[in-house]
Design a protein around this ligand. Structure first.
Ligand code: AVJ
Length: 318
């Protein structure tokens, strides 16, 4: 089924190549690669499994908050809202908002993966026949076009999942500044994972079934599959730990012994214990996040948190 409203905004953006970025990652010290390379089909499927793990509380906590408070959030959005979702994925969370909205102007999911975005939009359109869905295939951290602002309603951004935690503090500020400008006159509804007992955080990124380990190691498996890299994934161990001073989980792939990775004629040596850093997942306090958002031009609004104060959804006025 075609998406009647999709066509004008559909444009592919060139992606930086994995090969290029992996060479750059392996050349530098400390070695580090963007977490965006987790998410090929295999990695995305592993992430879906992570979200179901007993130890991984963020997804179910945020879903519960959305279920309980969707009506309040929808009331703040008002009539004829243009709802922009940054990094749309399966659209599971935004459905809870869309179900609560009375007469939205349109829904604009922005995602880098065109085929997945369109499949998700088609499924959503089947449930919401009259909803104007205007997918934008783009890297939402880069300048991107959006459909025009609605005449009557406000523009509201939705950025769930604590995905902002993947950014460095500078990148987070840069994204928030861009969003504040893009959403001016409206608001941003953003999910953030909160600072808590390090044991709880540690367990969430070191699950008993090893799904997070497989997710992390998929970066190497993917290099083998897609780039023909010569390496031994079993030669690397999943390492995830809480860096308390910097308020973040760090994920690394740690070399078990000395070994090499070969990529396009180039050979990269790993010493025993040397790591390739794959992800930061920053944790926040509500007040700390509001301060960061204020620097980007947002005014703090309502906050919804679970009883344990493990996760928060913040309303930020743009
Ligand atoms: C999708 C970035 C929010 O940081 O918790 C889950 C990704 N990494 N387990 C997170 C992730 C390891 C997740 N985010």
């Amino acid at each position: 089924m075609p998406l009647p409203h999709a066509a004008p905004w559909l444009h592919a953006v060139p992606l930086e190549g994995y090969a290029h970025d992996l060479h750059a990652a392996l050349r530098q010290r400390p070695r580090s690669i963007s977490p965006k390379y987790f998410y090929d089909d295999a990695g995305s499927a592993l992430f879906e499994r992570i979200c179901e793990l007993p130890e991984y509380y963020p997804t179910r906590t945020e879903l519960a908050l959305l279920r309980s408070h969707a009506a309040e959030m929808a009331a703040l959005m008002g009539e004829a809202v243009q709802l922009i979702e940054y990094g749309a994925g399966a659209l599971r969370k935004v459905r809870l908002l869309l179900d609560a909205l009375s007469a939205p102007h349109s829904f604009v999911p922005v995602d880098i993966s065109g085929p997945h975005l369109l499949a998700a939009c088609r499924a959503l359109q089947a449930e919401h026949a009259s909803l104007a869905i205007q997918p934008v295939v783009a890297d939402f951290t880069r300048p991107h076009d959006l459909p025009a602002r609605p005449q009557r309603g406000q523009r509201v951004g939705f950025f769930p999942g604590s995905s902002i935690g993947n950014f460095s503090p500078d990148q987070a500020l840069e994204f928030l500044r861009m969003a504040a400008q893009e959403l001016r006159g409206g608001a941003l509804l953003i999910g953030v994972d909160l600072v808590k007992d390090p044991a709880v955080l540690h367990a969430a990124y070191n699950d008993a079934q090893g799904v997070t380990a497989a997710f992390n190691l998929n970066v190497l498996a993917r290099a083998q599959r897609e780039l023909g890299a010569e390496l031994d994934p079993a030669g690397f161990a999943h390492s995830a730990f809480y860096n308390a001073p910097l308020q973040r989980i760090e994920m690394h792939l740690q070399s078990r012994g000395r070994q090499q990775i070969r990529l396009d004629q180039r050979v990269y040596e790993f010493e025993d214990g040397e790591t390739l850093h794959t992800e930061h997942s920053h944790k926040f306090s509500v007040a700390g996040f509001q301060t960061l958002a204020a620097r980007a031009g947002f005014k703090a609004g309502p906050v919804w948190q679970d009883a344990r104060e493990w996760f928060a959804l913040l309303w930020l006025q743009a």
